[in-house]
Design a protein around this ligand. Structure first.
Ligand code: P5A
Length: 444
């Protein structure tokens, strides 16, 4: 992509309404624009990162054997009356009337709708286990939407739902989601720590939230510092292996780690004092096992092997997809702007032409751009007729992890400069070597 043809409305001034760094940088880098309180348009750069995040989630869900689908954002109130949550949800639910005066709502979550689909189609234990998920917009009329995409009213969520014959199978689905989420967040360059939490309006006793530690996080968290040494890494796991998934759950949840909703001072005091940490965190996901709460309420039963009608065990599992952009920026930035982890960067590398209009430099940049594209990479070429300082500032702000700088002086010696956004370190090399290095970094 050529920057001269792209839509990147970068702001020079720091927007006064933005109180935290991720919100500031998302506005300044032209990623989002507020449409109304807690509701945003996703401009091309923001949309690109959102899609990268979405793709990682789809790939990891496929790995765990979960099936993608899509449900509507507008739902009838009837199902929610059946489950009893129409009244429970209170003012957070955006209620709408259609032209026939029927009560409708904008979905804050979809346990009822998926259970309705399930009961209409599944009758036998032979069709279980079943886990389906979607990535879809949600609406919660938060009292105080704030911090940009961190606490929106309209937000993008991955929501998955498992249906199992027994509690044991449903707990395996819970563990499978925990493992799959650990992988998902790590691929985005994040450490998200599973912490015991409160289930709120979703229900059930078994629930973990995934928290990214950050000073600007909205949750207060208490944990044993040993937990921050744990990494899932690239270990292979068979998602059908109950014992293997359970042992990952035990590894990642046996140390003390709780949000303020479930914090227990006495238990916390059992952690050696030098390892006790109190901090703040951003909740980027939550998993639940709630048994037969919805299948009982909506009478969703299957026949077991003996022909008995039995209620089905369920859980649901969410990832705050749009919130993740904010969380990643909170975890990875400096004074000059965002530093995208390679896994989610909107463009793989930036090309800066130091002398736009100089024939040799323009040709070298064109060739570099083509060579990167030929490798399957997606570069952003700053071909604007602007001062070098302005180009560097924009590139730093939008946070591409790698930058190739091309100027007449280097070209005279046959080299360009490859710079890491994270370390600031630069290295001179031929354009071919720079392309190879970037291809190697991204594994293409
Ligand atoms: C799990 C999936 C649920 O709704 N039902 C379906 C369950 N869980 S949850 O914890 O309430 O939400 C899942 C994740 O969505 C993100 N999130 C938000 N992101 C931005 N703005 C909001 N207002 C908002 N509310 C929730 C969080 O990351 C949460 O973990």
């Amino acid at each position: 992509m050529r920057l001269s043809r792209y839509f990147l409305p970068v702001l020079k001034e720091t927007p006064s309404e933005a109180q935290i760094v991720s919100h500031r940088y998302m506005l300044r880098a032209g990623m989002i624009k507020q449409a109304s309180a807690g509701i945003y348009s996703w401009l091309p750069l923001g949309f690109k990162v959102l899609q990268k995040i979405e793709n990682i989630i789809h790939e990891e869900q496929a790995r765990a054997g979960h099936i993608p689908m899509l449900m509507p954002t507008i739902q009838s109130a009837d199902l929610w009356r059946e489950s009893g949550r129409y009244d429970d949800y209170g003012q957070e639910m955006l209620r709408i009337k259609d032209r026939h005066d029927r009560d409708m709502l904008f979905t804050p979550t979809a346990e009822e709708l998926i259970t309705d689909i399930f009961r209409a189609n599944v009758r036998s234990y032979k069709d279980l286990p079943l886990t389906m998920y979607q990535i879809q917009w949600k609406f919660r009329d938060e009292i105080r939407p704030r911090f940009g995409v961190m606490r929106g009213r309209e937000f993008y969520m991955k929501d998955g739902y498992n249906f199992d014959l027994t509690k044991e199978d449903a707990l395996h689905a819970y563990n499978r989601h925990l493992v799959s989420y650990l992988r998902t967040y790590e691929r985005m360059g994040l450490q998200a720590i599973p912490m015991r939490a409160d289930s709120g309006p979703i229900g059930g006793d078994n629930t973990h939230e995934f928290l990214v530690l950050a000073e600007t996080g909205e949750s207060e968290v208490f944990y044993d510092s040993e937990i921050t040494d744990l990494k899932f890494g690239d270990r292979e796991i068979d998602f059908d292996d109950k014992v293997a998934c359970q042992s990952v759950l035990e590894e990642f949840t046996s140390r003390y780690a709780r949000t303020d909703e479930t914090h227990d001072e006495a238990l916390f005091n059992d952690v050696p004092e030098d390892r006790r940490r109190t901090a703040r965190g951003i909740e980027v996901g939550q998993i639940f096992y709630f048994g037969t709460k919805y299948t009982d309420a909506l009478n969703a039963k299957v026949q077991d092997a003996e022909g008995n009608e039995v209620a089905v065990h369920m859980g649901s599992h969410g990832i705050g997809v749009s919130r993740l952009l904010g969380a990643i920026i909170e975890a990875s930035h400096d004074d000059n702007g965002i530093i995208w982890p390679e896994g989610v960067t909107p463009f793989h590398a930036g090309i800066i032409n130091l002398r736009q209009g100089d024939e040799g430099t323009d040709t070298a940049c064109d060739m570099l751009e083509k060579a990167l594209i030929a490798k399957g990479l997606d570069p952003l070429y700053d071909d604007r007729d602007e001062r070098a300082g302005g180009k560097f500032a924009t590139m730093d702000l939008i946070g591409l992890p790698w930058r190739i700088t091309v100027g007449p002086r280097g070209l005279k010696n046959g080299v360009v400069e490859l710079t890491s956004r994270r370390t600031g370190e630069s290295e001179e090399m031929t354009a071919e070597a720079a392309v190879d290095r970037i291809a190697e970094i991204y594994g293409v």
